[in-house]
Design a protein around this ligand. Structure first.
Ligand SMILES: [Mn+2]
Length: 315
């Protein structure tokens, strides 16, 4: 049975799939991170000791589509996740800081800063952090193959799991262009869709008065929505085909904000989801098993405190 919702997956509204709507972003010096990041994060050290017992340990964690710098970013949940999960390898699979939005208007509450601090601190403490820029943080791509402190910046990476599976790690936006055209619909949300239904009635009333035939705007849009939903299937196919071409057993990507682990024609498709709505990560356990985890509940009072503080900062 088809269980796909009729409405467009919300993420399309978040990211769109524009190849480059703002043109090139101004170069950032130093690379891609706000200047306040240099300060010591001693406050953060305290949090860590709060609940050291509840930590989960993984071999690898992949997260992406955090969109720091936007109000949609669920930084407090991510912070809580980072506090309670450790790994030997941490991959940041693109759209970490949303340069597109920051360019339009600066939005940087404390919690967003804390996330960056937390990642830098993990890197310092021995986690191998690999940052693969996406389309919303594409200005960081100019620093590919450089290191930002302990963080390596790469356009793509290859990860070998404990049991020897070779995974191609990439954000995924570079393969949008191959796929489809109805990108404008990405911005159409549910409420806008309802508005369109109303407009459709008025539109046709006028058309008929002017002697034209009825033409369903809403039906046209529904058809476009179906194309957009279909986009996910095509995206998965293109990504796994590319992984195969690279001699890999699978791909790990983000970009479409839909966490998933699936075998597609013998190639493993893994998507680590996002931190705007699904609050998910992909992990490799210490036994080499891959799974998606959702972090939808805050675990500590410290996280709650930070959430309250960031509300003040944002408000
Ligand atoms: Mn993206």
């Amino acid at each position: 049975m088809e269980s796909k919702p009729a409405s467009l997956p919300p993420l399309f509204r978040q990211t769109g799939f524009d190849s480059n709507p703002l043109g090139s972003l101004p170069p950032l010096t130093p690379p891609a991170l706000p200047p306040s990041l240099g300060r010591p994060d001693s406050a953060d050290d305290d949090d860590d000791d709060d609940d050291g017992k509840t930590k989960h340990r993984y071999r690898t964690i992949w997260i992406s589509d955090i969109h720091l710098g936007t109000s949609g970013c669920q930084a407090e949940y991510l912070l809580d996740f980072l506090r309670h999960n450790e790994a030997q390898y941490l991959y940041l699979v693109g759209d970490i800081i949303d340069g597109w939005q920051l360019k339009k208007g600066w939005f940087w509450p404390q919690a967003h800063n804390d996330v960056v601090q937390k990642v830098l601190r993990k890197a310092r403490k021995g986690t191998q952090v690999i940052y693969i820029p996406g389309n919303h943080d594409e200005s960081a791509r100019q620093f590919c193959d450089h290191a930002f402190g302990d963080i390596l910046i790469r356009e793509e990476a290859f990860h070998t799991t404990l049991n020897g599976r070779r995974l191609w790690v990439v954000h995924g936006d570079l393969f949008d262009g191959v796929i489809q055209h109805a990108k404008w619909l990405a911005y159409v949300g549910d409420s806008l869709y309802s508005l369109i239904l109303v407009l459709n009635r008025w539109f046709n009333r006028i058309r008929i008065r002017m002697g034209f035939q009825y033409w369903s705007l809403s039906q046209y849009l529904k058809h476009q929505v179906k194309n957009a939903v279909n986009f996910i299937g095509q995206f998965e196919k293109v990504m796994t085909d590319e992984a195969r071409r690279r001699g890999c057993d699978g791909v790990v990507c983000g970009h479409i904000h839909k966490a998933e682990i699936r075998d597609i024609d013998g190639v493993l498709y893994c998507n680590d989801g996002d931190w705007v709505e699904s609050l998910s990560a992909l992990v490799e356990t210490t036994e080499g098993e891959l799974k998606v985890i959702y972090w939808t509940v805050m675990r500590s009072p410290a996280a709650k405190r930070s959430r309250d503080n960031s509300r003040v900062a944002a408000g």
